[in-house]
Structure formats: structure tokens, C-alpha cells
Design a protein. Structure first.
Length: 154
């Protein structure tokens, strides 16, 4: 499906386009978040364009949209990585698409990030599921040992 006329004009007027970066992290500030994997209890999006950065952060009970007062060339993904978050991107935002009816799903941090990626976004329910579906890799520093040391059956 083609983008609506207003969206096509906006895309044509902006040849550099936007980039979507998805950041993952978080601690359990809500009791029910403790059920999620540590380090993947929240995700949010940062949009880059030629004018700078816009952050979209869904919080409990509200959505924060902020245009950051930093230079357009500022390395925001690097800043987030230095702060201990895992960051994936850049992704190209998905084009608008018509749907048969309203989506009957809760508004979560994952649903916001998937909406920015467009209708081709991978299915995920949790932040860790979205991280894995977008190709994120977990860096393991040491092999996992389930039953003690390798070669030791005790």
C-alpha cells in the first residue's frame, strides 16, 4: 500500500530520511516488571534526522516525546551504550499502512517500538523478544556451565 499523499510529500522533502534506534535496559521500578529478563525490562526509541534527535519513551501511564537539545551530529546511541543500555539500529521507519480495524493489544514499550518500525516489524511481546527478533546478540564472556565445571561430574 502506498503512503498517503501528505506522507509521500514529507518523505520526498526529506531525502536523508529518519533512522530509528531502539534502546533496551531498565530495572524493575514496577513489581510486575520483575517477571521480565533483567536488563530487558524496558525499551524505547530514538529517531534521528538532519535536525537532531527525538526520543519516544512509553512510561507507566504516559508517553514522553522529547526533542533533545543536542547537535544533529551527537552520538546518542553511543551515549546510551556508555550508560549501560543495549542499542540496535539504525532501522528505517516503516511506511504508513492501512489496517482492517483497530489493533486490540495493550500499549506497551514493545508495541510502540514495533509501530515505529512499521508493519514489517518482527513479532515480539517482551523487550528481550524484540531484541532477539531484531538481530541482537548477547555477548557471553564465558561459556555457561549448568552442572559445575566441565569434566567434573560432581
Amino acid at each position: 500500500m502506498k503512503a498517503r499523499l501528505a506522507h509521500r510529500r514529507a518523505l520526498a522533502a526529506d531525502p536523508t530520511g529518519q533512522g530509528v534506534w531502539i534502546a533496551f535496559g531498565g530495572v524493575a521500578d514496577q513489581p510486575w516488571l520483575r517477571l521480565l529478563r533483567p536488563g530487558f525490562r524496558h525499551c524505547f526509541a530514538a529517531l534521528s534526522d538532519e535536525a537532531g534527535w527525538t526520543v519516544l519513551e512509553p512510561l507507566s501511564g504516559r508517553l514522553v516525546v522529547a526533542r533533545l537539545p543536542v547537535a544533529a551530529g551527537f552520538d546518542l546511541p553511543g551515549f546510551y551504550r556508555r550508560a549501560g543500555l543495549r542499542v540496535l539500529g539504525p532501522f528505517v521507519p516503516g511506511e504508513p499502512a492501512a489496517s482492517i480495524g483497530p489493533v486490540l493489544a495493550p500499549f506497551t514499550c514493545v508495541s510502540l517500538c514495533r509501530a515505529l518500525l512499521g508493519p514489517g516489524a518482527p513479532f515480539a511481546i517482551t523487550p528481550f523478544g524484540l531484541f532477539r527478533a531484531l538481530g541482537g546478540q548477547m555477548a557471553e564472556t564465558a561459556p555457561r556451565r549448568i552442572f559445575g565445571e566441565i569434566g567434573n561430574n560432581s
